[in-house]
Design a protein around this ligand. Structure first.
Ligand code: GTP
Length: 418
């Protein structure tokens, strides 16, 4: 069995090679090369009632057996129930990009008659990780900071098809200010497609009603159509209806796929028509890993740090507070950015108008010139016509033609006009 530490993430590192493509290799597109060189640290936590498939989904998610596969367990053994907060780390590499992944598995709750306060050890675990980060930040040598903070928390919801349970609401309310909450509907293979749609709507309504903050994918201005479509698609799937399994099963076309076999057919984990597992993984490791890390650092951790300093009686000068309060700083930056954009737009409009005016003046001038030329040519032609008519008349009347200016009277001598 891989060694699983109780709560010290560094004590339980196992090295794994991936069994298939995950997708985090596209991370360099999200971040600077420095992070690529150093590798990424990402910690995900799974929380939810017991037996909802949290450990199974961890294995499914990273396509690697972080947990021992069932075949390696003693014959009679089911996967053991998680009884303490465990963290498992794996160094995985894809296309030369290293990811140090840590998964924090929490014991399922809800088994007792009184489940009050069962969220406490989980919140304490999250905060102790913040503590450890703060302690490293305060060291003189801040070169090698190990980031064990929880960047994403998958919250498993029992597939009841009803509304959220009181215990879920309580848990999420305790967690949402400390972690990026990502709600998932567990064992979605037990619900029909219509039930999933209705259940999702009810969950979202409950989340909004209880003002629970779940992770919102950021949208950027000037984003290309493809990224916008991807962001919309991911957002439309929340809460993700997932199915977990690393078992390969044969489907009628002969392929072996990861899924769960039933007498009436196979529910495929990686088939987007069957569940939202692919979208969840895409969000976590491909599209928003960097955003999850950033939000954890800039907002969740900073808010916690401010609360902690205030509770310790460290009163900060308002300007300093503003300086370190990322939420107000981000808001200020946004306002400034918008003002800058508005100014640029006004300037561009002015330049554009000026250019249009100049062009119009030029066009008018050349129109006038053309008109004058046209008039000149018309006059010249008219003169020519008159001359020719005069010539014609003279020829017809048998009078001699003047050599050059036939229709004008010569002042001194020469021909006289008749
Ligand atoms: P605790 O450790 O008690 O918190 O349980 P857990 O949430 O980690 O659940 P675990 O992964 O141990 O799975 C519990 C049982 O559910 C196992 O028998 C799994 O095979 C089964 N299971 C896991 N995922 C799914 C799923 O998506 N659908 C169905 N139908 N069963 C699942």
């Amino acid at each position: 069995l891989p060694q699983q530490g109780s709560d010290d993430p560094t004590s339980s590192i196992i090295r794994k090679t991936l069994m298939g493509y995950v997708g985090f290799a596209s991370l360099p597109n999200q971040v600077r090369t420095k992070s690529v060189r150093k590798g990424f640290q990402f910690t995900a936590m799974v929380v939810g009632e017991s037996g909802l498939g949290k450990s199974t989904l961890i294995n499914t998610l990273f396509n690697t057996q972080l947990y021992p596969p069932k075949e390696q367990l003693p014959p009679s053994a089911e996967r053991p129930q998680t009884v303490a907060i465990e963290s498992i780390s794996a160094d995985i590499e894809e296309n030369g990009v290293r990811l140090k992944l840590t998964v924090v598995d929490t014991p399922g709750f809800g088994d007792f008659v009184n489940n009050d306060g069962s969220w406490k050890p989980i919140v304490e675990n999250i905060e102790s990780r913040f503590d450890s980060y703060l302690e490293q930040e305060n060291r003189v040598n801040r070169q090698k900071i190990i980031d064990n903070r929880v960047h994403a928390c998958l919250y498993f919801i029992q597939p009841t098809g009803h509304s959220l349970k009181q215990i879920d609401i309580e848990f999420m309310r305790q967690l949402h200010t400390r972690v990026n909450l990502i709600p998932v509907i567990a064992k979605a293979d037990t619900l029909t497609d219509d039930e999933v749609v209705e259940f999702k709507a009810r969950i979202l309504a409950d989340i909004a009603h209880h003002q629970i903050q779940i992770f919102q994918a950021p949208t950027y201005e000037n984003e290309d159509e493809e990224s916008l479509a991807e962001a919309e698609e991911i957002a439309s799937k929340i809460p993700f209806a997932v199915v977990g399994s690393n078992q390969l099963v044969k489907i009628p076309d002969g392929r072996d796929v990861r899924g769960r076999a039933y007498p009436w057919g196979v529910v495929e984990v990686d088939n987007e028509d069957h569940c939202d597992f692919v979208k969840l993984r895409q969000m976590l490791v491909r599209t928003y890993m960097e955003e999850l890390r950033e939000y954890t650092n800039d907002v969740l951790y900073e808010n916690w740090r401010t609360d902690k300093l205030l509770s310790m009686g460290v009163v900060q000068d308002q300007s300093v507070f503003k300086e370190i309060n990322p939420a107000s700083r981000m808001q200020e930056e946004r306002v400034m950015h918008e003002a800058k954009l508005a100014k640029m737009e006004a300037e561009m409009k002015m330049v554009f108008q000026q250019k249009v005016q100049e062009k119009e003046a030029k066009l008018k001038q050349s129109e006038e010139e053309l008109y004058a030329r046209h008039r000149e040519m018309k006059d010249a032609l008219e003169k020519q016509r008159l001359d020719l008519e005069d010539k014609k008349r003279r020829i017809e009347s048998g009078r001699p033609l003047t050599p050059d200016r036939p229709n004008q009277t010569k002042k001194k001598g020469g021909f006289l006009r008749s």
